[in-house]
Design a protein around this ligand. Structure first.
Ligand code: C2O
Ligand code: CU
Length: 506
């Protein structure tokens, strides 16, 4: 049942592409930054609006940080197993890119893969034409091609980067992007980046095989132990149902399986800041450190009023920073594949003693769980209270009769962009009408989750879990002109259509 298209409705992507074929270059679209002939972009602000937004962010004389990222096939070692995958600069995760807020990142991508790719800078409020959205903000970079991303990084925080083409993210192509605050209040002695991933490449079916199986079986029917039944033994109350549709053969913490965990060394009594990034394609993780509590200080890079919990769940694409005052010993840092079988593991060591077992299950995993509703944006990043100028409904469905996943009843190729105007306060009411959770991610902005009472002041985030049959409102300041993807960060849902565009119009 597709919504009817009334003549005044904005054109869908498919209609625009069709129009472009007819009129060739005659379809004037202001936001077009692609040099590729025959490709149309949704009507939006001119390239000059994007340039002006960048100029407002750029400080005169801002330092430029240069990095080189080569995407290429590599061989890595997973606890003694040699695995061929794709990665940046030969490592999984890729190299940490680190700079200060207000500096300019100049990142040269060298594509040595056999297929086109892009880099998306997840969570960064950057200039639209550097966002890495293929065929929307740039033509994908072909095999052997080079592309230089250059943009001001405005806000401090924990971000990450990954490709935005096909199923590449479900290989080893991801890395942390850390933006330091020149006025960092501190409050910790040491920090550690923790990147979580679900892994199949080279040890299980390929991402393409997984996608084909999902397409073939459609819906949520259980088969081959791959799809997990609704309400079954693996169901997760935190996710409101199943943990996912794919059981991965391994879960990695900083590129290592639990039989060969990385060790984080510190001294007893030190305050350790963890910057945790869920880079998985299809898995949420429940994180805990045995014998310790986590004081959550940032959600998706931006500060929140501190909340102390035993454990927290990260959806795909989400980040949390937490500070921990360390005890004396060797402790399991466990990231349980939420609603699935298996876990990733690290060891936090402040003294000698035996290494925790690969299957260690600290009691904190069943302790007090962080709830989204208890987080409040720090006043310095909270959006000033304002009534929305415009509200868009974002209805998530799919997974029942076929393998399509949709937003507002449409897959991405046929999506009708959600229009906004610069300067507006925009509310997105995200309603999940499916039986799976979806981590919904918006490019180029950090929205503010609205509290249940509608009185604003939830956390600022760029990715938020919406549970089955639940609804969530998020508000954003439309201050970053361009065409921005809005999608589920379950890679297989995104590829099966669950993506649309937030589109600035003039
Ligand atoms: Cu992290 Cu559109 O993605
Ligand atoms: Cu989804």
């Amino acid at each position: 049942m597709k919504p009817a298209i009334v003549p005044t409705a904005p054109l869908s992507r498919r209609q625009l592409l069709a129009a472009a074929t007819v009129t060739a270059a005659g379809l004037a679209v202001g936001a077009c930054t692609s040099k590729q002939p025959g490709r149309a972009h949704v009507v939006g602000p001119s390239a000059s609006a994007v340039g002006q937004a960048e100029a407002r962010r750029r400080r005169p004389g801002a330092p430029v940080r240069e990095v080189s990222l080569t995407a290429a096939p590599v061989t890595i070692d997973l606890a003694g197993r040699t695995v061929t995958t794709w990665a940046y600069n030969g490592t999984v995760p890729g190299p940490a890119v680190r700079l200060r807020a207000g500096e300019v990142l100049r990142a040269r991508l060298d594509n040595r893969l056999g297929e086109p790719t892009t880099i998306h800078w997840h969570g960064v409020a950057l200039r639209n034409d550097m966002d890495g959205a293929p065929d929307m903000t740039q033509p994908p970079v072909g095999p052997g091609g080079l592309f230089t991303y250059e943009f001001t990084v405005p806000d401090p925080g924990t971000y990450w980067f990954h490709p935005h083409v096909g199923l590449q993210l479900d290989r080893g192509l991801y890395g942390p992007l850390l933006v330091d605050d020149p006025a960092e209040p501190g409050g910790y002695d040491q920090e550690q980046v923790v990147v979580l991933d679900d892994w199949t490449d080279g040890i299980g079916p390929s991402p393409q095989q997984l996608q084909a199986r999902l397409a073939a079986q459609g819906g949520m029917m259980s088969q081959d132990g791959m799809m997990m039944g609704q309400g079954g033994p693996d169901a997760s109350p935190a996710l409101g149902g199943v943990g996912g549709q794919i059981d991965y053969p391994a879960y990695l913490l900083n590129g290592r399986p639990p039989t060969d965990p990385p060790t984080i060394r510190a001294r007893p009594g030190q305050r350790l800041r963890l910057r945790v990034i869920n880079a998985a394609a299809e898995t949420a993780f429940r994180l805990a450190l045995g014998g310790h509590r986590l004081t959550v200080t940032h959600s998706d890079g931006l500060p929140v009023a501190a909340v102390t919990v035993d454990t927290l769940v990260l959806g795909m694409g989400e980040r949390y920073d937490a500070v921990i005052t360390l005890d004396d010993g060797a402790f399991p840092l466990v990231a349980l594949a939420e609603g699935k079988q298996g876990q990733a593991l690290g060891v936090v060591r402040t003294a000698g003693g035996a290494r925790p077992a690969a299957s260690a299950r600290p009691a904190e995993l069943d302790g007090r769980l962080l709830a989204l509703g208890e987080l409040r944006a720090d006043p310095q990043v909270a959006l000033p209270a304002r009534r929305p100028d415009r509200t868009h409904q974002v209805v998530l469905s799919g997974g029942m009769m076929d393998a399509r996943w949709t937003i507002n009843g449409r897959t991405f190729d046929d999506a009708i962009p959600l229009q906004v105007r610069q300067g507006e306060r925009v509310r997105l009411v995200v309603a999940n009408q499916s039986m799976m959770f979806h981590p919904v991610h918006l490019h180029g902005h950090s929205f503010q989750v609205q509290s249940r009472a509608g009185s604003g002041a939830g956390p600022r985030k760029d990715t938020v879990i919406v549970r089955p049959m639940k609804q969530l409102a998020v508000d954003l300041a439309a201050s970053n002109p361009g065409q921005w993807m809005l999608h589920c960060h379950n890679l297989y849902h995104q590829q099966a259509g669950m993506m649309t565009t937030l589109s600035y119009v003039t």
